[in-house]
Design a protein around this ligand. Structure first.
Ligand SMILES: *Cc1c(COP(=O)(O)O)cnc(C)c1O
Length: 449
């Protein structure tokens, strides 16, 4: 009763898995995980896997982290949940105060939801609603950059641009404006700023033409994660903030994947020295323990909703588990660890080590690009290096890397042709070396014919 096969069979008879063609599981096993500790996951037969994707980008301080566990236990015996309309509780108040101090100045109002997509819905609705509340009903469209990803609910999907997820549902989606992303694929670092500046012309033009009907611009700062870990420099965000101010359009930054140290600073927007009008956070917010998200916004936005009830200007949006105390407790423990362990500084040595062991992949005949921002590195496989021709997606080269890595005890889950590491920050240098070894083998095997 404790074998992998046992749980696999029961699983396939009763579950429908996220982001999965279930027929794949006729040949590709689902892996039942019994327990986790630190960066390691363990199945029912004692095989261990290094969780190089932080369990879908959420886990930053390891599985079964003692400090987070203890905080949740304590909260569990005190208050598991309470309605957040008309009521409040200690963890949510403390978390809001601490987030307010950590985030760029002036984002003092925290609105909670329970997953990233819902945070995006909140930010989009708030921006739209703000403009109505100030008598600018015509400002109701959104502008974004290509290849973005903001989640799977219909509003979030509409402002995203990864065809694999959006194309099928196109006729259900809002009509959103898109300009080409400042993606620095294949360019050496020294050229990133020049490229970002050149690509910003598209954004400037769209803002000039459409600002009167635009509520907000929404982007993922620095790394377009689900879009294949495509990267761009802070300069683009600095230009974007300045232009949004000039044209009177909100800026929504989706830091759901990149917030909490992933790019090398606590928040990606710090690198551009800007403050968005809406900052969306989730994923690592609870250290990868429990679902929670938050939209942080300014006095100006908040005050446009603050009025007598009968004016019907209030933001009447809610989710059942909004601001769950257990999740907030996990988030507080996570923030404690950032402080106590000086995580942002400690990560510098780790990201330098990641760079040392991955830069050599550039010389591989089937690698078109190796790029890194903080604690994310991506290695892009190409069919033809000279012309940068990608492998056709139907060949599923990334899946070969996944299967090889699993056989070696590492959880790598490439996005199409892009192998990436987005590991928990508690990863050690020897574990990084191990990932490099597995990646090198996987790369050879996946590109062999
Ligand atoms: C994961 C992700 C989301 C969606 O969050 P969910 O919790 O999966 O709904 C939104 N934006 C970005 C950038 C993400 O990576």
């Amino acid at each position: 009763m404790t074998t992998n096969a046992h749980w696999m069979q029961r699983d396939l008879a009763s579950l429908w898995h996220p982001c999965t063609q279930m027929k794949d599981h006729e040949t590709l096993p689902v892996t039942p995980i019994k327990r986790g500790k630190g960066v390691w996951l363990e199945d029912f037969e004692g095989n261990r896997y290094l969780d190089a994707v932080s369990s879908w980008w959420v886990n930053i301080f390891g599985h079964a982290n003692e400090r987070i566990n203890a905080r949740i236990h304590e909260q569990l015996d005190t208050l598991e949940h309470v309605i957040l309309s008309g009521f409040t509780h200690q963890p949510v108040v403390e978390l809001s105060e601490r987030l307010g101090r950590l985030a760029p100045d002036g984002l003092g109002h925290c609105f909670y939801a329970d997953n990233g997509s819902s945070a995006i819905e909140v930010a989009l609705k708030m921006s739209y609603h703000y403009w109505r509340n100030v008598g600018r009903d015509e400002k109701k469209r959104f502008l974004t950059i290509t290849n973005g990803y903001h989640g799977e609910t219909l509003g979030a999907l509409a402002v995203g641009d990864v065809a694999l997820y959006t194309a099928t549902y196109q006729s259900l989606l809002l009509d959103v404006l898109k300009v080409p992303a400042p993606d620095c694929y294949g360019l050496p670092r020294e050229q990133w700023d020049a490229h970002a500046r050149a690509m910003f012309a598209h954004m400037e033009e769209a803002l000039a033409r459409h600002h009167h009907e635009l509520a907000a611009v929404i982007v993922e700062p620095l790394i377009q994660c689900a879009g294949g870990m495509r990267m761009y420099p802070p300069l683009y965000l600095t230009l974007l903030r300045e232009a949004c101010d000039r044209y009177g359009v909100h800026l929504i930054l989706d830091e759901i994947a990149v917030g909490f140290g992933r790019t090398g600073t606590m928040f990606a927007c710090e690198q551009a020295a800007i403050r968005p009008d809406f900052l969306c956070l989730s994923k690592a917010l609870t250290g990868g323990y429990l679902p929670l998200s938050v939209v942080m916004t300014t006095d100006e936005i908040y005050n446009a909703f603050y009025d007598d009830y009968t004016t019907l200007r209030a933001f009447l949006h809610s989710h059942s588990y909004t601001g769950n105390p257990l999740a907030c407790a996990a988030a507080l423990a996570t923030l404690d660890i950032f402080e106590q362990d000086d995580v942002i500084n400690a990560n510098r040595a780790k990201s330098d080590h990641i760079e040392r062991v991955t830069s050599g992949f550039r010389d591989h005949p089937q690698v078109g690009d190796v790029r890194q921002t903080g604690m994310v590195v991506a290695i892009e496989m190409v069919k033809d290096k000279v012309n940068q021709t990608p492998y056709p997606w139907q060949e599923r080269r990334g899946l070969r890397v996944f299967e090889h890595a699993m056989s070696r005890g590492a959880l790598l889950r490439p996005l199409g042709n892009v192998i990436y590491w987005m590991p928990p920050y508690v990863i050690e240098h020897d574990e990084i070396d191990f990932l490099a070894e597995v990646t090198s083998e996987g790369l050879d095997i996946a590109t062999r014919d």
